[in-house]
Design a protein. Structure first.
Length: 190
């Protein structure tokens, strides 16, 4: 079974909304406005591109990333990687033509089927609502979290607020950087 990895920039209080300057959130751009850039803290992002074999995202993240990421040097390895978008409303007519093969999945059952195929890790970027559904269904295997030393208060959070049993995580890699960022790579304990 393929490993499903959720990758996120996250504040200390769990907020993941608007890290890169997306409109509509009062703290938008918090990853670069409020914390000094330290290149070594972002080595995990390059490694994710090298190690992943597919990208999974929700409709809103696809619509945010697809106009920008195909032409960005920082995301060059993702250009031709297969992409999967979980959406009940997106149509093939809405897909961009310059970002490689993209398949629309209509349900979590199709995500389960994707995980059962041969291949390497599948990475999830952004996609808050999808992350909630994947976590609640027990489909996330690993988290790559770059934790920012910020309390953002209100905002969309990575983890769902579903009332469920405790889920244990195992820290398998960590790092602390001069700007206060922390890298936490955590496996979901089954």
């Amino acid at each position: 079974m393929r490993t499903l990895i959720s990758s996120a920039f996250i504040s200390l209080d769990g907020v993941v909304e608007g890290p890169g300057g997306e409109p509509g959130y009062r703290n938008s751009g918090w990853t670069f406005k409020d914390v000094e850039f330290v290149p070594e803290a972002f080595a995990i992002k390059g490694r994710e591109q090298q190690e992943s074999t597919a990208i999974l995202m929700g409709r809103a993240s696809y619509e945010a990333f697809s106009p920008v990421w195909p032409d960005m040097k920082d995301f060059a390895h993702y250009k031709n990687m297969p992409k999967y978008v979980v959406s009940t409303t997106l149509t093939d007519d809405n897909l961009v033509s310059n970002w490689g093969e993209t398949t629309i999945l209509r349900s979590l059952e199709e995500v389960v089927a994707l995980k059962e195929t041969d291949g390497g890790p599948i990475i999830v970027h952004g996609s808050v609502a999808l992350n909630h559904s994947l976590a609640d269904a027990g489909l996330i295997d690993r988290y790559h979290l770059l934790v920012y030393p910020l309390l953002l208060g209100a905002g969309k959070r990575l983890f769902p607020a579903t009332d469920k049993d405790t889920q244990k995580l195992k820290l398998v890699e960590h790092g602390v950087y001069t700007n206060g960022l922390q890298l936490n790579v955590l496996d979901v304990v089954r």
